[in-house]
Structures are given as C-alpha cells and as structure tokens.
Unconditional design. Sequence first.
Lengths: 341, 201
Amino acid sequence: MISRGLSTTCRAAAACVVVVAALALPASALGHELDPGFLQVTESEPGVYAITFKVPTAGGRRMPLQPMFPVGCSETSPMTSRPSGTGFLERWQISCDGSLLGETIRIGGLERTYTDVMIRVELAEEEPLSYIVQSVDPSVIVGGEGQGSQGALAYAWLGFEHILLGIDHLLFVLGLLLIVQNRWMLVKTVTSFTVAHSITLAIATLGFASAPAAPLNAAIALSILFLGPEIVRVWRGETSLTIQHPWVVAFAFGLLHGFGFASGLTTIGLPSGEIPLALLLFNVGVELGQLVFVVVILALERAFRVLEIYWPRWAEMFPGYAVGSLGAFWTIQRTWMLLGG
Amino acid sequence: MTNRTRTLTAAVLGAGAIPGIADAHLVNTGFGPFYDGISHLFVTAPDILVVVALGLLAGLRGPTTGRTTLAVVIVAWTVGGLTGLALAPPVVWAAATTVTFLALGAALAVDREVPTGVVAALGLGVGLLHGFLNGAEAATSGIGLVGLAGSLSALAVMATLITALAVTWAQGWTRIVVRVAGSWITAIGILMLGWLFRPGA
C-alpha cells in the first residue's frame, strides 16, 4: 500500500479486519442478496390506496415480509404476485376508514432480517413522503417527524449501507490499496474506481443497461480473485500492467462493481421523478462508505509506522492470500450458483 | 498515603465493586451482529473512554510502551470477552467500569513517569474487566461471538489510532492538550459516579 515499505506495516491488520468482517457478516450479504424492499402506497381516491410491494429474495426465496396497515384498513382487491428482477412484485388495493396521515405502517417480519424497506406514501393533495425502515424499528408514522431515514437522506443511507454490507466491494478496494505504490497513484486509482462505478450505476439506474445478478456477482468475485496474484507480484518485486497502472484495472472492474451497486437502487423501482436525486444521493452514500474504509486503512498504516510495529513475514503475506482466497471461494461459489448448482 | 486519601481510595474501589443490574448498551444497527458489536464500543461511554484514556496514557510514554500496552489490552480484552461470553453473568458493574476510566483519566492528567510494565498491567486489568463485561453483554443480548468479534475489531482499530496519535502529540504544547483530555475524562467519570450513586438510584 502506498509504497512497498509502508505497506508491510498495515497489510496484516487491514486484512484481518476485512476477513473477520467477511466471516462475520450473514452469508446473504456476500452475494448481493441484501437488496432492499419497496412499498409504494398511493391514494387513488379518498380512503382508497393502491399498494405496490417489491419484496426482495434471500437465497432465492421470497423474504417473509408483510406490510401491516392500521386497524380500519381492509383489502378491497385480491393480491397479484409475479417475479420481478431479483424479487417479487405484489399489487393489491386497500380501503381505510380515513386518511393514512398520522397512522402507522409496519413491515411485519422485518425485525428478523438485515434488509431495509423503503416506504413511499403518496397522499392526495400532499407531497410524497419517503422513509426507510429497518429491523431496529420496522414501522413509520405517515407524516410523523423523525421517522427513520426520510426523503433524500434515505437514499444516501441506502448507498452507505450497500457498501458497508458489500464486503466483496470493500475487499476489492483493499486489494487495490495493497497494489498502489505511491500517494498519487492511490488518488488516481480510487478516483478511477469511483468514476467507473458511478458511470455504470447511473446507466443501470436510468434503465439504459442492466446486468443479470448471477453472472455479475461471479464477475465481481473474479475481479477480487484477479488481484490476489497481483499482490504476490508486488511482494516479489515483479511488475505488470496492474502494478504499473492500477487505475486502469480499477476503472475496468469498477464498471462491473457499479452494476452491483445499482442493485441497491433498481430493485426498489424508483418513481421516475425521483431517479436523478436518488442516484446522486445513493452514490454519495456509496462514496462516503468507501471513503471511511480507505481513511481507516490509511490511518492504521500511519499508526503502525508511528508505533514502530513490524509484522512477521507470514503476517505480511496474509492479506494477499486473504484477498485471493476469498476471491477464489466466491468465484467458485457464484459460478456454481450460476450453473444452477 | 494519608488516612483521608486511604478512605477516599477505599470508597471509590468499594463503589466500583458494586454490581449493577444488566443494562446492555447495544444498538441494533440493522447491519447485523458484527456491526452491532462495532457500534457497541462507541455508544458505551465507559468502554470508549477507557480506550481513549489508556491509549493516550500509553502513547505519551512513547512507541515502546504504546505498542506493548496495545498488544496486552487487545489480548486481555479478547480473553475477557470470551470468558464473559461463556459465563454470561447478568451484571454490568457500571461503577467498576466508571472507576477504571476515571482512574486512567486522572493518571493521564497527572502525567507522571511510569514504567512500561505498569501501563501494560493497567491495560491487562482494563482489558480483562471491560472485555469480560462486553462478552457478557454479547451473550445476554444475543449478538454472540460475531458481535464480540465486531466489538474487538473496533477496540483494536480505535486503540491503535489513539495510541499512535498520542505518540505524535507527546512533545510540546500538544502534550498539554492530551493531559487536558485526561482531566475531562476524569470529570466525566466523577459525574457518572455521582449519577450512579444519586439518592434514589
């Protein structure tokens, strides 16, 4: 990282943190399966609401989530359900005794998951309201103050969460940090990764292109595996295109990772009017999460130098093997899933 | 040591030995038990303050004391945490954890020259006590070993960064800043003790 001499001080600890995180996170987080749900409630006429619920899947199964409306609301049309992307799209209609303003909407079953649900409520003669609810508090009071992450902040939070739970993205960034040789190269590499994934994130969110989840996840795993041997080459003092120009690799694979980030937004089926703002803020959240990770790693590197901590050879080599091994594991696992295993 | 000092010391240590009812400072981040464990360190005042105070105290004594204490506290916190996880006692010993950071804050503010072994021994005691309580909380709250791993990761990162910061601030006027931080930590400890032993508590 930064330079060969400096990198030896923090490689082991940085990799340990990531590997512990990788092992500790729920298995579903490893395969981009923690897509958020989306509940759209639209008042079509006074007291009548059209409900659209996009339910994410976990391990290929519909997550056991169920919107719960206030007492006094009842279904007035049967629910229709069909597969949609990586989840299920359900539609039905309810009728309530009065307005939903000030009433509580709860997502049943959310408290037993690690995913989020975005709730968007469009009431007649009111500005649309957006919320994100999580397992910690799976309900909102419509129009209430301080309800979860609201409005624009909700999208930024989604992005932040997506990168922190996307341990494969973080591992790829760590791999890049272990390869770059100086600070200027670090800036170029991180910037090119950011630009690249922003491009494909925008393309996918705006609907110009998409990538099927299974091969995409396998390709992202392959990008991590690719960095393992490159890190070994750095130790050996060898050179390669990746070592000389890591920003090129960061850009190329960043395009793939952008499609991965997009799953956090596209699965919730944004209203067209909100896409630009949502895209911008979701990306801000992703960048903030990535920045926090990079800053922590660089701060640790500096701290180890100040404390004159020198690692044994095996500890120095551990990060490269961690990146390569986890990349290989995910590549095999996701390819197996891709082939229907 | 005068009689008055002895009495005060005994009172403080005695207060620290009183166990309180379990009151886990766990935040459900929605990110899973690992991140819940990470957040635990930052929302539990005695834990984060003891890490800050110990890191600053060790760092002011130079890189050797800093890295020795760092290694000791991480290992002790891990051992204590695993023990607490296994035994899972339903207590938090709030007064004891307050006394530890109060005492370390005071030592930091006084800034007397002490050998590496003494600072490392403090790290050992702090790590075992706070780690044990962390492990117990992880067990009773259900975040378990994964949550404890998150808590330990946060501890290792924070302790490393703070100790290194103190090493770089050990000379000149910044040393005074670090000592002032110690006095603030002590003040917080006194306030917390007062709160814990307020009438009717």
